[in-house]
Design a protein around this ligand. Structure first.
Ligand SMILES: [Zn+2]
Length: 603
């Protein structure tokens, strides 16, 4: 059974009226552009279930269920996503083309990718590739690795690849569908998407090229640019290095997950060939499922800082749900595999990986330490561990953990079990089309979602809320440099929503919530639902002001950080010329901050 083309899904979503459809099951009362009723998914006496006609989504403030018209149908009628789409399509008289078309598209995209890969590789070897060759050599990437990973170079011009594809008789429409080239905004023709970048082909497990990741050579932004979603490239599915890792994974029985291309290459240099890296996203359920096909154990090798810790904790429930054993190794603070290898050699990197500790036990130990001696602290510990325990796919293993923890916290197992069940809302079952997953993970992530919402910077929260309410504000975001936003689910969500708003306008939120090909991670999904449902930004002028205000706030914070660094350098600076330059730069920052503050006060 083939995938349903996205245009067809979009057409059905556009034609289906969610208010009318939900109205078949729930008595709805209108208030502005929203409708309220009793939630059909949990028992309640006062209405906390909302349908937003404008955005064509529903959300329950009580149990967190939410999504678009397909999600409602899946939930209400127990259908999976394709069946929900087909059922609605039939009712609306919209024909759904079945398989066939998709396979041709995939073949065409693979052909275009192969041609591009050949071009990038020859450019790396040719006269344009000098700086790239030097860059790779400086980062310790040997020629053997360049060959094994088919690393290439995309030259600086705008049409090097376009011309090559023309000569190779690859239709530019196919290259566009594969995300290699983009159509010019004005006039005819296409231009190269990857320019002035070292390019890594990202293959599927069989070695076919699904897409590319490009690392900027200088200070160009973004530092990393990946292929957009295409018939063959799905960010939530691809793992860089998997094809090259398969033999080693089979031998060692484990997969090492790292954060980036160069981390992975460093591991190869240390003889650790079983490494993979997600491309521009956190680990998804689909990744975990794929990993589970090859191995039983995962070692997460992340940075030793708070962000690395948080990333590993986010990945844990996702991996546990697939029945994987999860260990975590943390690099010495300030090191990545690359620098550790350079500084301390192969043995140091290998021993870091080999000393990885079981992550769940590590988190339990930490929670127990915090809980020592207090009754309320034991409850806190149970709560903080609940998402992970709930995520454990194997009931026997889960029971063992519950028994162990209940004795350590001195809480009866039944009480602990009860606490686990209570925290488990039904919020995300809607978005978990595969009944096999049984919602355990989905529910486990709920606590993480709540945490993410609380930890979100108010400015980021404001931007997501305003954009969710008014997709037409997207152009204002040209003023925003993503580097001003701390990495994390908030930033990921904001950037995804921005793309979706630009591509789909008002249907952006609903499209993103469905995003069948590249589902939003659970925490971002519930964040988006929450923020979309909150009232307060209905007035477009207020929303516009809020966007300008939030962007200014983020820039000011970025300037503050920059100024702190410069101040510190100024203190230790003895060189007169450099002193002048630093002072000048600080002056510039102060002036810019002043401008921003003034513009904020006029909003
Ligand atoms: Zn509900």
């Amino acid at each position: 059974m083939g995938r349903i083309p996205e245009q067809v899904v979009a057409e059905i979503r556009e034609r289906a009226d969610i208010v009318q459809f939900v109205g078949r099951y729930v008595t709805l009362r209108r208030s502005g552009s929203r409708y309220w009723g009793l939630c059909p998914f949990h028992g309640e006496k006062t209405a906390s279930f909302q349908v937003n006609e404008d955005k064509q989504i529903f959300y329950c403030f009580g149990c967190g269920a939410g999504g678009d018209v397909f999600a409602f149908r899946m939930r209400q009628e127990g259908l999976d996503f394709p069946d929900a789409v087909r059922a609605l399509g039939r009712e609306l008289g919209i024909a759904i083309p079945e398989a066939g078309a998709g396979e041709n598209q995939a073949a065409a995209a693979h052909r275009a990718n192969d041609a591009a890969c050949a071009f990038f590789r020859s450019e790396l070897r040719g006269p344009n590739g000098g700086a790239a060759r030097q860059y790779l050599a400086e980062r310790g990437v040997t020629e053997d690795l360049v060959d094994r990973f088919q690393i290439g170079f995309a030259p600086a011009g705008w049409d090097g690849l376009v011309s090559h594809l023309r000569r190779a008789s690859v239709p530019l429409a196919d290259a566009e569908a594969a995300g290699l080239v983009a159509r010019r905004q004005t006039g005819d023709g296409h231009y190269d998407r990857f320019r002035s970048r070292v390019v890594f082909p990202i293959t599927d497990p069989s070695g076919q090229i699904a897409g590319f990741g490009g690392r900027a050579m200088g200070d160009d932004t973004p530092k990393y640019l990946n292929s957009p979603e295409s018939p063959v490239y799905k960010k939530s599915r691809v793992l860089f290095g998997l094809a090259q890792a398969l033999d080693a994974i089979r031998q060692s029985g484990r997969v090492i997950v790292v954060e980036g291309y160069f981390d992975l290459l460093a591991l190869h240099r240390a003889g650790l060939h079983e490494a993979v890296a997600p491309c521009g996203t956190a680990l998804t359920q689909t990744h975990a499922h794929r990993i589970r096909r090859y191995a039983e154990e995962v070692v997460l090798l992340f940075d030793g800082d708070a962000a690395g810790q948080a990333a590993s904790e986010r990945a844990l429930p996702v991996l546990l749900a697939e029945g994987l054993r999860v260990r975590a190794a943390f690099l010495p603070l300030g090191d990545d595999p690359d620098t550790l290898l350079a500084k301390s050699g192969v043995a140091a990197l290998r021993s870091c990986v080999d000393s990885a500790v079981p992550l769940l036990d590590h988190l339990i130990e930490r929670a127990l330490k915090d809980a020592a001696g207090h009754a309320w602290a034991a409850a806190d510990a149970a709560r903080s561990l609940a998402p992970y325990l709930r995520a454990i796919g194997d009931p026997v293993e889960r029971a063992a953990y519950v028994r162990q923890l209940s004795s350590q916290l001195e809480i009866p197992p039944a009480a602990l079990d009860e606490a686990l069940r209570q925290g488990a809302g039904t919020a995300h079952a809607v978005s978990t089309p595969s009944p096999a997953r049984a919602g355990a993970t989905a529910r486990g992530v709920e606590a993480a979602a709540g945490r993410a919402a609380r930890e979100l910077e108010p400015a980021v929260r404001g931007l997501v809320a305003a954009l969710a309410a008014h997709a037409d504000l997207a152009p204002l975001f040209d003023e925003l440099d993503p580097a001003w936003v701390a990495p994390g689910p908030g930033r990921d969500l904001l950037l995804r929503l921005l793309d979706a708003s630009r591509a789909h306008g008002r249907a952006g939120v609903a499209t993103l919530l469905t995003a069948d090909s590249e589902p939003l991670p659970e925490d971002q999904r519930s964040l988006l639902l929450q923020l979309s449902a909150e009232p307060g930004l209905d007035d477009p002028r207020a929303a516009r002001r809020s966007v300008s205000d939030c962007i200014a706030t983020l820039e000011i914070a970025a300037l503050d950080r920059q100024k702190q660094q410069l101040d510190a350098r100024l203190k230790s600076c003895t060189d007169v010329a450099q002193l002048d330059a630093l002072t000048l730069e600080i002056q510039r920052i102060v002036t810019r901050k002043h401008e921003l503050r003034k513009s904020q006060s006029h909003l």
